[in-house]
Ligand binder design. Structure first.
Ligand SMILES: Nc1ncnc2c1ncn2[C@@H]1O[C@H](COP(=O)(O)OP(=O)(O)OP(=O)(O)O)[C@@H](O)[C@H]1O
Ligand SMILES: [Mg+2]
Length: 328
């Protein structure tokens, strides 16, 4: 036991052990050095020994629900993730200092945001110059080149736009409105935008959302979310296929399903599709003009609404993307 205590006194993480009566039985040196516990905390109830109010309320919730929990705290200019593992005899709280990690994330995000922002103007200028050249060109063979160049510039414009959206959503700076929205009309608008593309590929779009069904959220952001999901449903479909959207309520959430009868996603790829720039089949995706940011945007918009997104898919049969948006 003394070896274990020696070890715990040296680790760069905080450990707090609480018995089933809610009394602190042990806290390591890290917690004392960082001012996360106060005075003679051992033997006292956790709400007297712990000095951070957020940790106290997080622990109180975990203990009363008998459920593990993770919370994030700011304490004396440092940031921590606190993992609470609830057991029958013993509850363990582990404190990880994430200050440096957060700082690194912030600087990476700022870099991407700055570069994207600086690229916006030159791309817009290039685009309008190419458009003018295209309109004034009479020779067909030259027009073909200009058309290709325009397509590439449009890809760049989209990439930069998507990167800016993601960095804003990640930083939490983007304000998310919480308005009551009629989902059916939102999906109608998404379909209107994507109908030409769907027709080109002989894919039918079906909006099965009830006229009265409401969700709480930000119209523009949710529009972007469902545009990306329906767009994928069309892109990764087969000729003659379908894309359906339906919605229902479950356990305090509005659940919106976007279903397609497309190529599906192989099981081994499913855990990664929401990652930035991840593509299952990059040649097919490139053919579609995709950059692999769509689902990452979808995930971030769902998270910023306090919700989440999941996918169920069968190769060769199709996929269902489920978006959960909290009712309150
Ligand atoms: N409905 C779907 N059916 C099958 N595969 C899909 C579906 N949706 C996404 N995928 C796979 O997941 C990958 C990531 O999708 P994502 O929307 O993030 O990027 P993308 O479509 O390639 O590019 P874009 O940024 O233009 O959306 C896709 O490249 C595709 O391989
Ligand atoms: Mg996509």
């Amino acid at each position: 036991m003394s070896l274990l205590k020696e070890f715990l006194s040296r680790v760069e993480e905080g450990y707090l052990l609480i018995d089933k009566e809610g009394k602190i039985v042990f806290g390591n040196d890290f917690l004392i050095k960082r001012g996360l516990v106060r005075g003679q905390f051992e033997g006292h109830p956790y709400y007297e020994g712990i000095s951070n109010l957020t940790v106290i309320s997080c622990l109180a919730e975990a203990l009363s629900e008998k459920k593990d929990k993770i919370c994030h705290i700011d304490h004396e200019d440092r940031e921590y993730t606190v993992y609470i593992f609830v057991g029958t005899e013993l509850t363990v709280a582990r404190f990880s200092d994430i200050t440096e990690f957060k700082r690194y994330e912030r600087s990476k995000r700022n870099f991407v945001a700055n570069v994207s922002h600086e690229l916006k103007t030159p791309i817009a200028v290039l685009k309008s110059l190419l458009e003018t050249l295209y309109e004034e060109e009479d020779r067909e063979e030259k027009k073909v080149f200009l058309e290709k160049a325009l397509k590439r510039v449009e890809e760049m414009r989209r990439l930069v736009e998507d990167l800016l959206i993601i960095t804003k959503l990640e930083s939490g700076e983007e304000r998310i409105k919480r308005e009551k929205l009629k989902l059916k009309y939102l999906i109608d608008e998404v379909f209107e935008l994507l109908e030409p593309k769907a027709q080109e590929r002989d894919i039918s779009l079906h909006n099965l959302v009830d006229e009265e069904f409401e969700v709480k959220g930000d119209w523009d952001k949710l529009f972007l979310l469902f545009k990306n999901l329906v767009d994928n449903g069309i892109n990764y479909n087969k000729r003659g296929g379908r894309v359906e959207v339906k919605a229902y309520r479950k356990n305090g959430y509005s659940v919106v399903e976007v279903m397609d009868t497309g190529i599906g996603i192989p099981k081994s790829h499913i855990p990664f599709v929401f990652e930035r720039f991840y593509r299952v089949d990059s040649s097919r995706s490139r053919e579609m003009g995709g950059t692999g940011l769509g689902l990452s945007i979808v995930k971030h918009i769902a998270l910023s609404h306090g919700g989440r997104v999941e996918v169920e898919s069968e190769e060769g049969k199709g996929s269902i993307f489920r978006v959960y948006l909290p009712l309150e």
